[in-house]
Design a protein around this ligand. Structure first.
Ligand SMILES: Nc1nc2c(c(=O)[nH]1)N[C@H]1C(S)=C(S)[C@@H](COP(=O)(O)O)O[C@H]1N2
Ligand SMILES: [Mo]
Length: 267
């Protein structure tokens, strides 16, 4: 008589024990991987890393790229979400002059604070990538973005040892999800230094071969390969290297986070 194949789960170890063992291994592996990583890239997160992040980082190697697509895959219509045109007098003035006077401030825990024009940023080494944008609301679009690898820009500024996160400040104010009557807050976001080092982390100034249009974040927005849309702030005005989120807006590292969404939004 043929032996019945063993049913899944009948391994002698309970499912729970297996999960616990896996989680312990995952955490140990993650810690090892972090220790092995170079200099500032490896100094990540005392604060905020959920198990989600530990598990994803262990399963997906840190530098794994999200899928890249071809020209033929680019969405005919790319949706614009959240703010479409910041209602901010300074932003409107800058936009009316083609962002000639716009500057990006790079400060906080850096050796050399920078103030960069769009021309400065466009003169840096650039990459062009066709990737998918996934919004937490459940839609996605494929687009092509051109920009400077963020790690290049931060290397120019020199990241100090105490820095753990980059916080992005934007020109627009938004209302918390579902509460149109609520007071508007500044849109802001943050990523850690592991995400900075990822090859698909760009400060993008062009989309589908054209200057980044206002609905999609002109003149400069963050693009990440492996996180949800809300982690990619548009209308950037300042990036600051920080140790933690204490005293920054609602203190959770981002506008969506202050409104209950996860800080780590890996996909
Ligand atoms: N400054 C700013 N950045 C933002 C938002 C916003 O409202 N303001 N919306 C976020 C959300 S929820 C998504 S899905 C994407 C939308 O980018 P898109 O307009 O290029 O589709 O931007 C993100 N970044
Ligand atoms: Mo989104």
């Amino acid at each position: 008589m043929k032996k019945k194949p063993r049913e899944p789960g009948r391994t002698g170890l309970s499912r729970r024990r297996l999960l616990e063992a896996a989680a312990t291994g995952v955490l140990a592996q993650t810690a090892l991987a972090r220790d092995a990583r170079a200099d500032w890239v490896g100094r990540v997160l005392d604060l905020g890393p959920g198990v989600d992040e530990a598990v994803q980082r262990a399963v997906v190697p840190t530098n794994a790229r999200a899928q890249e697509y071809t020209q033929a895959d680019i969405s005919a219509h790319f949706r614009s979400n959240g703010t479409h045109d910041p209602d901010d007098a300074e932003y409107q003035r800058l936009a009316s002059q083609g962002f000639a006077d716009w500057r990006l401030a790079v400060d906080g825990l850096v050796d050399r604070p920078l103030v960069l024009s769009l021309a400065d940023i466009r003169a840096m080494p650039s990459v062009t990538q066709i990737t998918r944008h996934d919004c937490v609301e459940g839609w996605n679009c494929i687009g092509q973005w051109t920009g400077v690898p963020f790690s290049h820009l931060l290397a120019l500024a020199g990241v100090q040892k105490a820095a753990r996160y980059v916080v992005f400040f934007c020109y627009d104010k938004v209302n918390s999800a579902g509460d149109v009557s609520g007071a508007a807050e500044n849109y802001y976001e943050s990523i850690d230094l592991t995400e900075v080092a990822h090859p698909q982390t760009l400060l993008a100034y062009a989309m589908n071969g054209e200057t980044l249009p206002i609905p999609y974040g002109a003149p400069l927005r963050l693009r990440l390969g492996r996180q949800l849309g809300y982690k990619m702030p548009k209308y950037l005005k300042r990036v600051a290297l920080v140790r933690d989120f204490h005293g920054i807006e609602g203190g959770r590292g981002g506008f969506y986070e202050d409104n209950g969404y996860a800080w780590y939004a890996g996909i």
